[in-house]
Design a protein around this ligand. Sequence first.
Ligand code: ATP
Ligand code: MG
Length: 440
Amino acid sequence: MTDQPHPQADPTAGEPQHDHDPDAAPAEGIIIDRSAHPISRRKIPENVLKVLYRLHRSGYRAYLCGGSVRDLLAGRTPKDFDIATDAHPAEVRRLFRNSRIIGRRFRLVHVIFQDQVVEVSTFRREPERADDAEDLLITDDNTFGSPLQDARRRDFTINALFYNIADFSVIDYVGGLEDMAAKRIRVIGDPDVRFREDPVRMMRAIEFASRLGFEIEPATYEGIVRHRNEILKASPPRVSEEILELLRRAWSRGAIQLAVDAGLLEPLLPEVYHSISDDRAPYFWKMLDVLDRTVQAGRKISDAVLLSVLFLPWIVAELEREEHRREGRMRIGEVIVFIRELIQPLCARMALAAGTRHQIEQTVETLWRLLEPPTEKRAMFRFIYRDPFNDALALLELYALSSGRYVEQFRQWQSFANRVHRSADEAAPEPKKRRRRRKS
Ligand code: ATP
Ligand code: MG
């Protein structure tokens, strides 16, 4: 590793500078030569390399940035490859015929290939703010900046590393490499400021910690605990998308546990929090384990099922309470009305899309119908071809395997569905025959 501050570059410059040598080492950054880091060009898709090289040959800085550098360093496959440059959006647009400028607030360029979109954004800095500004929430972040400023406005040190196509080095302005090595999530700058600017960062800390198996370092963790209630200031659709990210990709158990421990789940979803805290629903944690194993095995679980899993202990507890109040079991029609009225306000608060809301309602309602299978085969058939059946069966599977309840009902429905699908497959005409028939 070499520490090479560059005398010419001005780290505080507000505008990208094109009059410098774009290959030059940046100010205040640590440069790690190609020989001292594991990122190989073979791991970078050809289209991404094309964009990087063209920017570089045209005299601009061209860095791979964000999650792709982090994941390549960790030996993981990046979800996407983002590029940061000092070329302005219009300049990038001119370089690539197959590109378009997107976004009104923050303009960036999408370079479009047949099977991939490469995102190119101009180095940005945090917006200027009056020193005594009460509300730190960022509403405008469209100011161009230097590479150093661009690194500093990012969320965590491990997300602020650059890979420079000019000499295949890694540039670290914020101590990200040290935190990568120590497996630490550290917010860049002052946690009290950065979490208030954008409370969703608190959830991202939890996501990256569970996803990478990293620790959240103490000052960052304490910042989350201190500002947990500010999560309510974040935009509900962004928060709900983050909740889904916590559930979607086989790390839900660790992530939800961490969200509970750091105090984020309580302000966010108090009803869910109170139904699972103090070990009130031990099966819930097992259900997340089963969910993670299911996702790991490659099965696709819909957003409606994921959110239903999260809501289930609360729905079960509320139903039990209601039956206790009524001093008797509720009929299925009453259960359905009760569930619908229960979850509607929560779905609205989370600003879920109307389609997702509807699917959650249908999934949960069908789950309760499946708990009392009809005795007639004909009635069972009607279920199988209804839209939420597969989702409801997936939810029943997770619930039964984790709670030990309703296992018999699950087996019965599963084997019935398998039999029906198998005989439907056998009865289906060969594709060739079907084509011939349509012609005649
Ligand atoms: P993933 O692999 O999930 O895509 P990522 O780190 O690439 O992870 P993105 O949401 O794609 O995450 O964001 C790309 C980069 O933009 C991040 O690595 C980070 O540097 C920056 N970033 C994203 N969200 C924020 C935020 N809320 N505050 C500051 N910087 C952010
Ligand atoms: Mg990304």
